[in-house]
Design a protein around this ligand. Structure first.
Ligand SMILES: *Cc1c(COP(=O)(O)O)cnc(C)c1O
Length: 376
């Protein structure tokens, strides 16, 4: 079976883990946590990095840091992981959805303005499969309506966006808003197994994030609490792996881009297929190589994924829209709302093997199978 993804752990991971065990530093108090925080923050160019136990927690912490509270509204795409909605709901706030652009599968930024109300506190652009959201409209609205930006940068370590609005320059995904949440789950570009980080240039947000991660302990007065936090800490063991991964990040990104460009070249002459976008405003890192079938083939993503499986090729479905999640509908959310582009992408889209260990020969095989199944 060609796996969808496989972590590459061929650097200092083992060495740093042994160091944890030899020194006895295995909790979040160990020295790798700070090193990993500083290292990843400096990779993105942000002032602060707050390492946490996963990306879902990072999203909630980031919203908390921004002061999101009961009754506030947060604008996000329907086409995303449920973590985005959960983070919001746990804080008593309301997720408000927009549809996606069919071509990039990222949020349709031109639908956002009509969703803004006096309660809108945050816009949450979610960069998808390695490709950045078209941020300039997000910047414009954030400024016009005094709304904060929380980037979900779980899928875009190393991606960049060219902003005309910010004066015509390349900006790093994860350094474009007030706060960023990212993930180091095992399938992300760099991994700690489970893990995440909150990133910000703002001292106040960083302090709130650090506090919420750690039960809202007060630095000056131990075991005295004025707010409820969580234990969302990252262990030294995870950070040890993270630091070793971070040493390889440029190499990993280069591999992803090489594989993504190779897929593109091989898919170029297949008709009726939408595949990972190339936009003048984006430097994608091709986290996962997504494709979408033209409905005219009469084959859904599910059907195609089954056929690929028979050839030993693993794949994964696209996100099912948040508006189409029973658990959220049962809470009275998004009832009677429709997001047709999200539904379409879910029905016909899926992603192909994209791991760091993938070989060009395997891509040739995958593309040939897809081609044959489409009768080309
Ligand atoms: C992976 C992912 C997350 C969640 O991260 P976990 O570490 O798995 O909790 C959040 N947002 C997006 C877009 C992701 O891809």
């Amino acid at each position: 079976m060609i796996p969808v993804n496989e972590p590459l752990l061929d650097g200092n991971e083992k060495k740093y883990l042994l160091e944890c065990i030899d020194t006895g530093w295995i909790s979040s108090e160990g020295p790798f946590v700070k090193k990993f925080e500083e290292g990843f923050a400096s990779f993105l160019g942000t002032k602060h990095g707050i390492a946490v136990c996963n990306g879902t927690a990072a999203l909630e912490i980031a919203l908390y840091a921004l002061g999101v509270d009961k009754g506030d509204e947060v604008i996000m795409p329907s086409f995303t992981i449920i973590s985005c909605a959960i983070a919001c709901i746990r804080l008593g706030a309301k997720p408000v959805l927009v549809d996606i652009e069919p071509e990039t599968w990222t949020m349709d930024v031109f639908q956002m303005e009509s969703k803004i109300t006096p309660k809108t506190k945050v816009i949450m652009p979610v960069h998808i499969y390695g490709h950045p959201v078209h941020m300039d409209e997000v910047f414009r609205l954030a400024e016009k309506y005094n709304i904060k930006i929380l980037e979900d940068a779980a899928e875009v370590h190393g991606a960049e966006y060219f902003s005309k609005y910010k004066g015509g320059k390349w900006l790093k995904c994860g350094d474009m808003g007030e706060v960023t949440a990212t993930s180091f789950y095992a399938n992300k570009i760099i991994t700690t197994g489970e893990g995440g980080m909150v990133l910000t240039n703002n001292d106040h947000y960083a302090e709130r994030a650090g506090s919420y991660r750690n039960l809202c302990f007060k630095p000056e007065k131990r075991f005295y609490h004025t707010e409820l936090g969580y234990n969302f800490r990252m262990t030294n063991l995870q950070a040890a792996v993270g630091l070793a991964q971070l040493e390889q990040i440029e190499r990993f990104i280069a591999i992803k881009i090489r594989l993504g460009e190779y897929y593109r070249k091989r898919f170029a002459d297949i008709k009726g297929l939408r595949f990972m976008p190339v936009k003048e405003y984006a430097k994608s890192v091709y986290w996962m190589y997504g494709i979408e079938l033209d409905p005219k083939f009469g084959i859904t993503a599910e059907e195609m994924m089954n056929r690929l499986k028979k050839h030993g090729i693993a794949s994964r479905p696209f996100f099912r829209g948040l508006h189409d999640q029973p658990v959220l509908n049962n809470m009275g959310l998004f009832v009677d709302e429709s997001y047709p582009q999200t539904d379409h992408a879910y029905k016909y889209g899926f992603y192909l093997p994209s791991g760091l260990t993938l070989k060009e020969k395997q891509i040739d095989f995958v593309v040939d199978v897809v081609r044959k199944e489409l009768g080309q």
